[in-house]
Design a protein around this ligand. Structure first.
Ligand SMILES: Cc1cc2nc3c(=O)[nH]c(=O)nc-3n(C[C@H](O)[C@H](O)[C@H](O)COP(=O)(O)OP(=O)(O)OC[C@H]3O[C@@H](n4cnc5c(N)ncnc54)[C@H](O)[C@@H]3O)c2cc1C
Ligand code: FES
Length: 257
């Protein structure tokens, strides 16, 4: 069940160029949420009335807090960056399905690209067993220390080579050849597409969290449809990222549309 809360802003810090980390007091959502779910954040700006979907990066259910990490790309996210501590912000959640942690798995592979990295932090906390994490970005992936502190084996890639492997995360995975029982991922569609291909070749199931553009955010329009063919079914269907996703199995997604 999701609900609207007026959450108090506890922290709203810049953590990298154009990237902010916002911690909110939001007891209902903190209690209900799981890794990979997101919240719809309202801007209160007249001409930008639609809420903006932002993944939940960390959940502290005991203290009723959630943390969002967001990048300024337009008016909505710019507005969030200017919200002062102590203000209330309207959010709705938890939205979407989230990741399904594979039970009894010995090794999990987490792959994040750009602003798709944040939801993997909570996932890394929740999984039992070993986590091997691949993080990529144009220049400097965010939150890398969070994964190290959680005891994960972390590999870094950057497009411009300024840190770690020069290239994208999937190229890096081809070098490292990680083994695991499940891959969990979030990032740009192109990264997810090549990752799904890699996972298929290596016979490892992969969950992909899609970040399609959204409109209503509650399943009432088709603004966020993706073509999915469920296992055992012959027909493709249009599923909604906001309601049926954002997480789908990589081998069920039609990547080339
Ligand atoms: C399920 C989900 C989870 C998300 N989680 C996060 C997150 O944790 N952190 C974060 O920073 N962002 C996340 N996003 C993306 C975020 O929702 C958008 O960046 C935000 O809505 C942009 O709002 P804006 O008003 O600032 O920009 P707008 O003015 O709406 O758009 C500015 C520019 O950004 C582009 N844009 C907007 N939304 C997207 C999108 N979804 N994908 C690619 N380009 C887009 C537009 O085409 C435009 O060029 C997520 C999106 C989805 C669907
Ligand atoms: S954004 Fe309207 S159905 Fe998903």
């Amino acid at each position: 069940m999701k609900k609207i809360e007026y959450a108090e802003i506890l922290i709203n810090d810049k953590i990298a160029d154009d990237i902010y980390s916002m911690t909110l007091f939001s007891p209902f959502i903190a209690k209900e949420a799981k890794a990979g779910q997101f919240v719809e954040v309202y801007t209160g700006l007249g001409e930008h009335i639609l809420p903006r979907p932002i993944s939940i990066s960390e959940i502290d259910s005991q203290n009723g807090k959630i943390t969002l990490v967001y990048q300024i790309v337009g008016k909505g996210t710019e507005y969030f960056s200017k919200c002062p501590i102590g203000d209330l912000i309207k959010i709705m959640g938890p939205c979407g399905n989230g990741f399904e942690i594979k039970k009894n798995a010995k090794k999990h592979i987490l792959v994040g690209g750009g602003i798709g990295i944040p939801p993997l932090v909570q996932l890394c906390r929740d999984i039992k067993g070993k986590a091997v994490v691949f993080l990529g970005a144009k220049s400097n992936p965010v939150l890398t220390d969070k994964f190290r502190k959680l005891g994960a084996e972390v590999y870094i890639a950057s497009d411009d080579g300024s840190i770690g492997f020069k290239g994208n995360v999937v190229e890096l995975m081809k070098e490292i050849k990680p083994e695991g029982d499940m891959v969990y991922s979030c990032g740009p569609k192109i990264m997810l597409k090549f990752l799904a291909q890699w996972a298929k070749e290596n016979n490892i199931p992969v969950q992909v969290s899609m970040e399609e553009r959204m409109a209503c955010g509650i399943g009432a329009c088709v603004g966020c449809a993706v073509k999915i063919r469920k296992k055992g079914e012959s027909d493709w269907q249009n599923l909604k990222v906001c309601k049926d996703g954002p997480v789908f199995m990589g081998d069920e997604v039609m990547w080339d549309e």
